[in-house]
Design a protein around this ligand. Structure first.
Ligand code: LLP
Length: 419
């Protein structure tokens, strides 16, 4: 359930009509709903109520906007970060350092140091090499960093190959069959405390079975580690739960996910950590856009909108589907290709899409754009960075300014010797 609904024939975000946001802020613009974010955060937490004291760390990569993070911090969420920049954001949004988990295969020396100095709760170590490096830095500080070892369970998440992370050939984690030895060796290092195991097999999972298989393997590893005398007090089960992108699409619910986790992890005797992203933010945002013009095509017309692949990359990158709806739909429908203005054919949001009839100047939205939307934006074609708005009941606020191309250019220099 989300709070983007038609009221008197006009699409609203909570109680705010989207045309008034377009008028205020211009288009394209991402619009988020506070009530929807909070609802999803609560539904996910409630789904885990059968577990003892789970820790939920929002995957900041899915939507790093400070206001969005603040909403989740107020809900008691921590953060899963993958860069120094994300760590800075989480802290600035008021997330407690001890509630922050640091994932990622390429944490630099500077980022490891930043995490240590911030006193974050857990490093998810992705290789033995990273473990030694962190231990060395931490020792020098007289510190002890809490760590989980991320394992690669070699499970096919059956999602888009670009967002699948748990297969043997993927770069993430250490191979499961080497995990016990690596964990034991790292456990002997001064400067780090190996306290658990982490796993994340991919994103937008439409099926719980691969997750269950991966978690089962983690359970076996925990038993083996304990039998070998290693201490295991935490298990981080990552994120990955999919969301419906098409009206009427059925996916496993958070409640079904929570029940599966409770069943599989029974008797593990660890504190479970979760890193949900999309399931919290995905349906809490839309990308509001205006039709520039409708152009005749050979088979179908092209609806050219003022949003492009630089604002919402998912269709171009993953062939992803986003529902596309008029903000003030009439009774007419049309079949069209929905495209942006960028000069490549990849800048196509949808082909042969049956949608509300639209004409130049009309407003429309791409739904389910709250996760991996604005955060993946670029300034390709010198289009500037898209703005973001947060709605709360009948009020709204710009939570990220539009950054015009001219401002981006201000950071560029022409060297003297070219002048
Ligand atoms: N934890 C780790 C270690 C991750 O790598 C990810 C996502 C998450 C948690 C959160 O996963 P979620 O609950 O959101 O599925 N840009 C792509 C998605 C990339 C996901 C990367 N990792 C897209 O637009 O579909």
């Amino acid at each position: 359930m989300d709070h983007f609904q038609l009221k008197n024939g006009i699409l609203h975000a909570e109680d705010v009509p989207l045309p008034s946001i377009a008028q205020d802020v211009g288009t394209p613009v991402y619009v988020y709903s506070r009530a929807t974010l909070e609802r999803h955060a609560k539904v996910f937490r409630d789904a885990l109520s059968g577990l003892k004291d789970p820790h939920i760390a929002f995957a900041v990569k899915s939507n790093p906007n400070l206001a969005v993070l603040k909403v989740l911090a107020r809900m008691g969420y921590g953060a899963d970060v993958v860069s120094g920049g994300e760590l800075t954001r989480a802290l600035r949004a008021g997330m407690k350092p001890e509630d922050i988990v640091f994932s990622g295969v390429g944490k630099t020396h500077a980022e490891l140091l930043q995490g240590l100095e911030a006193g974050i709760g857990q490093f998810n170590i992705e290789s033995e090499e990273e473990g030694y490096e962190l231990a060395a830095i931490s020792r020098r500080q007289g510190n002890t960093a809490a760590c989980a070892l991320r394992v690669n369970p070699d499970v096919d998440a059956r999602t888009h190959e670009k967002i699948s992370t748990g297969k043997r050939e993927n770069k993430f984690g250490v191979p499961l069959d080497q995990a016990k030895e690596i964990y034991a060796r790292l456990a002997g290092e001064v400067g780090i405390e190996m306290r658990g195991v982490a796993v994340h097999i991919g994103s937008q999972l439409g099926d719980l079975e691969p997750l269950e298989t991966a978690f089962g393997k983690v359970g076996e590893l925990i038993a083996e580690l304990r039998a070998a005398g290693c201490k295991v007090t935490h298990a981080d089960l990552g994120g990955g739960l999919g969301v419906p992108y098409k009206a009427g699409e059925r996916l496993p619910s958070p409640a079904q996910y929570g029940a599966m986790v409770a069943r599989v992890t029974k008797g593990w005797d660890v504190r479970l950590v979760f890193e949900p992203g999309r399931v919290i933010a995905g349906n809490a945002g839309v990308l509001l856009t205006r039709v520039v013009r409708v152009k005749r095509g050979i088979t179908h017309p092209f609806v050219v909108v003022d949003a492009a692949m630089n604002d919402l990359a998912r269709p171009a990158m993953y062939g992803a589907w986003h529902d596309f709806e008029a903000v003030e739909p009439g009774s007419q429908r049309m079949t069209a290709h929905i495209v942006g203005p960028i000069c490549e054919t990849g800048d196509t949001f949808a082909t042969d899409r049956n949608c509300d009839a639209l004409k130049a100047g009309d407003l429309a939205v791409f739904r389910t754009a709250g996760a991996y939307g604005a955060t993946m934006a670029s300034s390709y074609n010198s289009r500037g960075f898209v703005a973001e708005v947060l709605v709360d009941g009948d009020r709204h606020a710009v939570v990220a300014d539009r950054i015009p191309a001219a401002e981006i250019m201000d950071a560029e220099r022409v060297p003297e010797w070219l002048a």
